[in-house]
Design a protein around this ligand. Structure first.
Ligand SMILES: Nc1nc2c(ncn2[C@@H]2O[C@H](COP(=O)(O)OP(=O)(O)OP(=O)(O)O)[C@@H](O)[C@H]2O)c(=O)[nH]1
Length: 362
């Protein structure tokens, strides 16, 4: 056809330079389509191209450094489709540097083009290729139609192929945008996970006594409420110990506040070592601790309390013995957390009044 006379064939060096241009290759990689499977959104376009132009074959090629990758093919018979990743010089390479549609009515009649391997190997004679160009001007490959006999491409054929090439480019951009959105979404999910972890850490921090690492008063109150609620379901016993160091003021006064802190930390360790994993040890005040003992009756609570009292009394603290007094109370039917605590606290003060270093049940 006269409207699109084939341009003088580009020399090999120019094609090679364009093929290997790093920016172009980066753009091709960036599509994320190399080696991807066939997709209906592209196949629909090649099918349409063949149907409307009457060409038996249409395809979308992406030009990698050393191969043509066909994202979509229509009308290629079995042996041809095995050439899905064609190597060697192809018409699409000429299209790459053609700066517009490359339209060949009969390649066998044209110098250089007649030497393109697919002319001899597959019998290709007519070719119309529209460069697939990014907004930045990088040519990714071509949208092509091919015939095995000479073909007079009409102006409408080329218009249609250009429209379809345009749609293919839009599809490519859409893929990229989707991919970017997925990556962003992934990042967002990771950030949210981090925020969750931080929140969790903050939550833990807000419930932890910084000096001893035990639960603090707030966490203790929550735990006691939950354990009492569980008792209402399970009807199992529950006991509470409230402990206070004896004459702790003297330790502070004699050895200093830091030494007092050290004693509090050690006491926390000793107490934690006396209980089961399900028991809850908390520091509920300056030198006051409390221990929730689920599934434990008054007898069991007394045993644990005596174990704690003896363990503290036997440990070597600074240069003087340190002891604790303990009040114990076991939950009564329909009793509130407040009442249970008050009874254990009253028992603690009874223990103090009656000489310290002892356990009193409330
Ligand atoms: N080192 C240190 N001391 C604390 C802390 N919290 C409270 N205390 C001290 O604990 C002491 C408590 O004194 P008191 O309430 O008189 O009780 P006590 O000396 O233990 O005497 P009894 O309880 O009657 O046996 C005070 O000296 C407080 O300063 C703390 O976090 N670190």
């Amino acid at each position: 056809m006269t409207e699109w006379p084939p341009p003088p064939p580009a020399d090999n060096a120019r094609i090679q330079a364009a093929l290997l241009d790093p920016e172009r290759l980066a753009a091709v990689q960036d599509t994320g389509l190399l080696d991807s499977i066939a997709e209906e959104s592209f196949d629909r376009l090649t099918r349409l191209a063949a149907k409307i132009t009457g060409a038996p074959v249409a395809f979308v090629s992406l030009l990698d450094a050393h191969r043509d990758f066909y994202k979509s093919t229509f009308g290629m018979d079995a042996p041809l489709s095995t050439l899905r990743q064609l190597t060697g010089r192809t018409f699409c390479h000429y299209s790459l540097v053609s700066d517009g549609p490359l339209v060949l009515e009969d390649a066998t009649q044209l110098p250089v083009f007649r030497d393109v391997p697919t002319v001899a190997s597959l019998g290709v004679r007519a070719y119309a290729g529209i460069p697939l160009k990014t907004e930045a001007g990088q040519v990714l490959g071509s949208f092509c139609a091919v015939d095995f006999k000479a073909k007079q491409w009409t102006e409408q054929d080329i218009d249609i192929l250009q429209e379809l090439a345009h749609s293919a480019m839009r599809e490519i951009r859409l893929r990229r945008a989707l991919h970017d959105a997925e990556a962003l979404n992934q990042q967002l999910v990771q950030q949210l996970r981090k925020v969750d972890e931080l929140n969790q850490a903050l939550h833990e921090l807000a419930r932890t006594d910084p000096l001893t690492g035990l639960r603090n008063r707030r966490a203790f109150d929550d735990s006691l409420g939950l354990e009492i609620a569980a008792v209402e379901r399970t009807r199992s016993p529950l006991s509470l110990l409230v402990l206070d160091l004896d004459h702790f003021k003297q330790i502070n006064d004699s050895f200093g506040h830091d030494a007092g802190d050290k004693v509090l930390r050690s006491i926390a360790q000793v107490l934690s070592g006396c209980v089961r994993i399900i028991d809850i040890v908390a520091r509920v005040g300056g030198e006051e601790f409390a221990v929730i003992l689920p599934h434990t009756d008054a007898q069991g609570a007394h045993e644990v309390a005596q174990r704690m009292r003896a363990a503290v009394a036997q440990a070597s603290w600074l240069s003087q013995p340190t002891t604790i007094s303990i009040g114990a109370a076991s939950l009564r039917t329909a009793e509130t957390a407040c009442s249970l605590y008050a009874r254990a606290d009253a028992a603690l003060y009874a223990a103090k009044r009656s000489g310290r270093n002892r356990v009193v049940a409330g």
